[in-house]
Design a protein around this ligand. Structure first.
Ligand code: ADP
Length: 314
């Protein structure tokens, strides 16, 4: 069953077209990841889906408009969410739980997001990552059937991010539908069943991460640095090129690397190093948006260095 439907959704701010005819559906229990450069319209889409901005087009949540849907069924984490700072973590989650008739037990939620050991700390004294986890806990107080999360893991360290991925996966396995925006490509790739790539207010592509990589990611590449001359190209029947002492072979499967090495040895070529890379969602992003992920926003250091390094070694 489609839990979330967007049909030809547009939003203009004066001359600016923030969303330009976006259509998508998200099925029950699915995790849908939305990625795209800054200004692509992600937050506007989240607001459109949750009925917090006026739109052209149609949005339905559980078969009804966002304005009429049962709020008990929805959990929303906006990108900027500033809860009262002079409450402790426990008080804060209890405060939001108090808005519902039958809230989830606070301790369970604190454990689930990994801030149980900070329960008595004032929100303002938490690290950015702990604050964000606490915010995630507040969206779960009503055990929502649909979770809409705008960059839920921004500022959270990689280990903490994984804790939340596991939590989201468990929720989805239990039937919760999750719509999540992120600028971490690894997050989209690992977590989302399907990924939508938003660029200039339009969905440039929607598919499973694996299909996106196959369609848009380009080929795997094997780089071999050594003392080569042109004759090395004759050794390999597949696509290869030579430049500045580097032999580049396209579309070599990892299991065939041994054969390449064997052929080089047999032909008497020596090499210094060998590196194999395969495309991933960052390459898809680059292909479809024309931007490296590091240019897209507050990418963390790991992402920046991976992109700055050219290719990612595996
Ligand atoms: P993203 O979340 O992908 O960074 P946004 O949805 O925030 O993108 O913004 C999409 C476009 O709409 C941007 O050009 C932005 O400047 C514009 N925009 C967003 N909100 C407003 C607003 N309240 N008033 C005017 N322009 C806005």
């Amino acid at each position: 069953m489609a839990v979330l439907v967007a049909d030809d959704v547009s939003r203009r701010y004066g001359e600016t077209v923030a969303l330009d005819g976006v259509s998508l559906t998200v099925e029950e229990g699915e995790i849908f990841g939305l990625v795209g450069p800054n200004g692509a319209g992600k937050t506007t889409l989240v607001r459109a889906l949750t009925g917090t901005t006026v739109i052209e087009g149609r949005v339905e949540l559980f078969g009804t408009s966002p304005q009429h849907v049962d709020r008990e069924r929805i959990g929303l984490l906006p990108q900027s969410f500033d809860p009262p700072e002079r409450l402790t973590v426990r008080e804060l989650v209890e405060y939001y739980g108090g808005l519902y008739d039958d809230p989830e037990p606070t301790e369970t939620l604190l454990k689930a997001v990994g801030v149980a050991d900070r329960a008595d700390t004032y929100y303002e004294n938490l690290s950015g990552g702990q604050q964000r986890r606490t915010c995630v806990a507040t969206t779960l107080v009503n055990d929502p059937d649909l979770l809409v999360l705008d960059e839920p893991t921004t500022g959270i360290d990689p280990a903490g991010r994984r804790t939340l991925w596991q939590l989201f996966e468990d929720l989805a396995a239990g039937g919760t539908t999750i719509f999540i925006t992120t600028h971490y490509m690894e997050e989209a790739e690992q977590l989302a069943d399907r990924v939508g790539l938003l660029a200039d207010g339009s969905l440039a592509a929607v598919d499973t991460p694996a299909n996106l990589v196959t369609t848009y990611g380009g080929e795997s590449l094997l780089y071999v640095d050594g003392a080569f001359d042109e004759s090395v190209l004759e050794l390999f029947p597949y696509d290869c090129s030579l430049g500045e002492g580097r032999l580049t072979l396209r579309s070599v499967r990892p299991e065939a690397i041994g054969d390449v090495v064997g052929e080089l040895d047999e032909a008497g070529f020596s090499y210094e190093s060998l590196r194999w890379t395969e495309p991933d969602l960052e390459d898809v992003y680059l292909e479809l948006t024309g931007q490296a992920v590091s240019e897209a926003g507050d990418a963390d250091e790991r992402t920046v260095s991976a992109v700055a390094g050219g290719e990612r070694a595996r």
